[in-house]
Design a protein around this ligand. Structure first.
Ligand SMILES: [Cu+2]
Length: 380
């Protein structure tokens, strides 16, 4: 996603019309796969009621047995082969990729560069988890604690789990494990991505932007910050003050990075830290021979894109980011700010896109306690 730094696409119509055809029926979080056939729009339902039974537990990925790892990757492959209940012609997995990509549009900066970074991804990963559980109710999204499992050949990047590194002699394609290129086709691309390779691209741990992962001390520095977020509630919010800005990881940005002038690209000069850094570490940097014969060099791996959920490790990374938000609230209380003054979708009681459009009312306020949407962490 830090690819957005290099060139962010500007205005583009949102996916509202497309998704209107698949408006979800029934109470929030009871995701019905029959909804796609129900053309009757329903009004948004608050989140309060729908979760029944005790919360499910998200576990450290390193504690999964081989059977549990396989159950998780099988459930992901199932979503890739199952139609989206919300958008005709799209599979369920790619629906999430589209949402995340389009949440970077300048007129709909729903999920990043603002205080809703945490609550938006909380709802996003939970919705994904609920879809996985339609295939296998025992599956939850495990988290990747990258302060502990920081080796590029850790258990995570093995062929019995998230697949390994890309092949530098073959456009950095991932060619082994469940997400190898003959088993995992990418169909959703960033608009500016003129390579549009239909396979997972990784060059793990290679590159000057993110040669290593954040450490436990880096995490502790963030958890110690007592302020959730601070004005102007964007990527320039002071990371020495704002927990959200510190953890999201944009540094030394200037001006309005969401200008409508196509020449006025976002300007962030600093290193990529924390959440952004993990994206870039998995992505790596690389050179591609392009059609014009010149070499394209940069963080063009899948995890660097706005469509980064194309790499399933996205969800393990974001489960960990989400867990750290819970850790922060344990210390500082269920505090969120602001009530007003941030971009639309980022204020305490704003209904967040795209959830509102599919019949799920999810505001930042509703996301503060993960139990309210049905899960906890094994560290809770
Ligand atoms: Cu994101």
């Amino acid at each position: 996603m830090p690819q957005a730094l290099l060139k962010r696409k500007l205005t583009r119509p949102r996916m509202l019309q497309l998704m209107a055809a698949g408006v979800m029926a029934g109470p929030a979080l009871q995701i019905s796969s029959t909804a796609a056939h129900d053309a009757t729009p329903v009004s948004a339902t608050p989140m309060a009621s729908p979760v029944t039974g005790p919360p499910v537990v998200r576990r450290n990925a390193s504690s999964l047995s081989s059977e549990e790892k396989k159950a998780f990757t099988d459930a992901i492959l199932y979503l890739k082969a199952t139609p989206s209940p919300w958008t005709p012609g799209l599979n369920t997995y790619d629906q999430f990729v589209v949402w995340h990509r389009d949440a970077f549009e300048c007129d709909n900066m729903a999920a990043h560069m603002g205080p809703a970074f945490f609550p938006w991804h909380r709802m996003f990963v939970r919705l994904f988890e609920l879809k996985l559980q339609e295939f296998n109710p025992n599956v939850t999204v495990p988290y990747w604690d990258w302060t502990v499992d920081y080796e590029e050949d850790s258990f995570l990047f093995q062929d019995d789990f998230m697949s390994g590194d890309g092949d530098p002699d073959d456009d950095y394609a991932v060619k082994t494990g469940p997400f190898r290129r003959d088993n995992w086709k990418i169909t959703v691309f960033d608009e500016f991505d003129d390579l549009k390779h239909d396979f997972l691209i990784r060059n793990i741990g290679i590159g000057e932007l993110a040669p290593d992962l954040p450490t436990a001390a880096d995490v502790e520095r963030g958890l110690a910050l007592s302020t959730y977020d601070t004005a102007p509630w964007t990527e320039v919010s002071d990371p020495a003050v704002s927990f959200r800005s510190y953890m999201e990881g944009w540094r030394d940005c200037e001006g309005d990075t969401c200008s409508l002038d196509p020449e006025d690209h976002p300007k962030c000069h600093g290193s990529h830290d924390m959440h952004n850094r993990v994206h870039l570490w998995v992505s790596g940097e690389m050179e591609f021979a392009s059609e014009g014969g010149y070499e394209k060099v940069g963080p063009f791996g899948t995890m660097a894109m706005n469509s980064s959920p194309n790499d399933p490790v996205f969800f393990l990374h974001h489960a960990n980011i989400d867990r750290l938000w819970t850790e922060w609230m344990k210390r500082h209380g269920q505090v969120y700010e602001p009530e007003s003054g941030a971009m639309h979708g980022h204020n305490l009681n704003d209904a967040m896109w795209p959830f509102h459009d599919i019949g799920i009312t999810a505001t930042p306020a509703m996301m503060l306690d993960s139990r309210n949407i049905g899960y906890v962490y094994d560290t809770d």
